[in-house]
Design a protein around this ligand. Structure first.
Ligand SMILES: NC(=[NH2+])NCCC[C@H](N)C(=O)O
Length: 370
């Protein structure tokens, strides 16, 4: 029986002695001070008859191919090995002086319902996906994936404590996720409609006062409009839509912001003449060919997940240990790589950026673009 986990590192419920809010995270690369690391306990593959599951998990598989998949609980060995890898990551981060939290255990096997649909849960492996932190504001995003509807309850105690210590805590309009939101494209494959604002937080990258929002099957145009409305509330925040770059789930195996002026780009998805306009003039590190693991059952992410990395600060990166060419390329730009393993990153759809949610970094609302 998995021990019920309370939120690790109980924090004082008062602002710190300097009155700073407990949460401050404006970018992807300044010195990391506090982070949430995911947990694979009870992870399961959602029923693929659910259109939202097909859209988020296997949008390139046909319905026929989908029907052959084994869904439900992920084999225990994979869960154990993944939690071992996450424990090593937590220990490394703590060894670097980072405060580390993990979500309370959520039994994703429990079924739930709205007046319009039923589902069981999915995962707590990727805290990046459902929470966007902009400065001292925690934004719970409205995911288009039904099986993730209650996932964030595992982080409620932590977010509530952050609120008591000065953070702002917002949630996107609770989505209805009606069938009309899930379309089928001319090739008979799933696509995301525009009947309500939905997006995963992992469709957004933060660069000080600038946010990059990927319009794709995991974030629609209405979701962009909602984020723009919140950006106006938060002050002088600019939102840059990214369209036509990668039409599938999340942005963080396509673009990795390494430090001001240096970006890692996925050459399989971005061509030199299509670099996002705000990043033109930046030094581009094109991701070298990545080593592929043995092909098994369909996986929740492509092999590009290995470029999904975590910057501890502008000089140190946590990168997939099994990618020596990528490590060498990053170290060639003066960044020290701290190699780590997530043995099932591709299968479970999450690399080091996905499985973390940075809640405190030292950077502020800088203007890195002008
Ligand atoms: N935050 C995340 N879970 N990102 C994962 C992105 C994986 C992406 N769909 C790929 O296959 O490359």
């Amino acid at each position: 029986m998995t021990p019920e986990r309370t939120v690790a590192t109980p924090a004082p419920s008062i602002p710190d002695s300097f009155g700073r809010p407990a949460v401050n995270s404006w970018d992807e690369f300044t010195r990391l001070r506090e982070v949430v690391v995911g947990d694979a306990t009870h992870i399961r593959l959602p029923e693929q008859a659910d259109p939202s599951a097909w859209l988020s998990c296997f949008p390139k598989l046909t319905r026929t191919e989908l029907g052959k998949l084994e869904v439900g609980e992920v084999p225990a060995q994979i869960v154990e090995e993944t939690n071992e890898d996450l424990a090593v990551l937590c220990a490394s981060l703590r060894g670097l002086g980072v405060t580390v939290h993990q979500p309370a255990i959520v039994d994703h096997g429990v079924e739930f319902a709205t007046p319009h649909w039923r589902s069981a849960g999915f995962t707590s492996y990727c805290p990046r996906d459902l929470t966007l932190v902009v400065g001292s504001t925690i934004i719970e995003t409205a995911s288009p994936t039904r099986s993730r509807y209650f996932e964030l309850f595992g982080l409620r105690p932590l977010f509530q404590d952050y609120l008591l210590r000065g953070a702002t805590w917002l949630a996107a309009p609770r989505p209805r996720l009606l069938d009309e939101l899930y379309l089928v494209d001319p090739d008979g494959l799933p696509d995301l409609g525009e009947s309500e604002p939905v997006f995963d937080a992992a469709n957004v990258l933060r660069l000080g006062r600038d946010l990059f929002y990927q319009v794709s099957r995991s974030g629609n145009e209405l979701g962009l409009r909602w984020l723009e409305s919140v950006a106006r509330l938060l002050g002088d925040i600019r939102v840059h839509p990214l369209r036509g770059i990668y039409g599938y789930t999340h942005i963080d195996s396509t673009i990795s912001l390494l430090r001001p002026g240096l970006v890692l780009l996925n050459p399989g998805r971005i061509k030199p003449d299509a670099i996002p306009e705000p990043l033109r003039g930046w030094d581009v590190l094109w991701c070298p060919p990545l080593r592929r693991s043995a092909v098994g059952p369909p996986t929740l992410s492509e092999h590009w997940i290995s470029m999904n990395l975590l910057m501890v600060d502008e000089e140190h990166a946590i990168v997939d240990a099994d990618q020596p060419e990528l490590i060498a390329a990053i170290e060639g730009r003066g960044i020290t790589v701290l190699p780590h393993r997530l043995r099932h990153a591709q299968l479970l759809g999450g690399g080091f950026h996905c499985v973390t949610l940075d809640t405190v970094r030292v950077g502020g609302p800088e203007n890195y673009l002008d």
